[in-house]
Design a protein around this ligand. Sequence first.
Ligand SMILES: [Mg+2]
Ligand SMILES: [Zn+2]
Length: 197
Amino acid sequence: MKAKSTSPSPQAAAFLDRDGVICEFVEELSDISEFRFREGIASAIQKLNQAGYLVFVATNQPNIARGKMTWNALEQIHQVMVQQLSLQGARIDKVYFCPHRVGGVISQYAFDCDCRKPKPGLLEQAARDYSIDRAKSMMIGDTWRDIECAKRFGITGLAVKGGSGFPYAPHKEESRYQPSQLFSGPLEAVNWWLENQ
Ligand SMILES: [Mg+2]
Ligand SMILES: [Zn+2]
């Protein structure tokens, strides 16, 4: 099923990673009881809404393929996330997630897909569902996968501390993806982005 854009002209879009950006990073978060919003995220999204951005979530959820989380549990988490943000005046247009992982135990999801970040498949799907102006769009993430995904899709990648990723130790292989902009949290990243457009 495809969502339809309400606007015929291309719109700026903000893609937000979930774990470590929208919510506090929790290892293998698989139940709504473990979900805590990061500070400032509702006002960050609200500011993007007011500036005319489409706001999408793009998240890898390999625990589906690993059999550690059910599809229903994941949908419940996302439903509550969207509703609670909405109650705070923050609109998420759509949640895109990748349930796949090579080596997973659920065979229908255990393959090398095109949507697991850093591959840009989730963002490409959004670009099929909505009319997106990539030159004005960005992604916020807490790991190298998000920054590389943004690059492959052709948008700016902004990094935030406090999740599972940045900052990396210089000797780590991921350090070659060190972002040009690193913020303390999602609200700081959004404030900087909107001020510099
Ligand atoms: Mg993350
Ligand atoms: Zn996938």
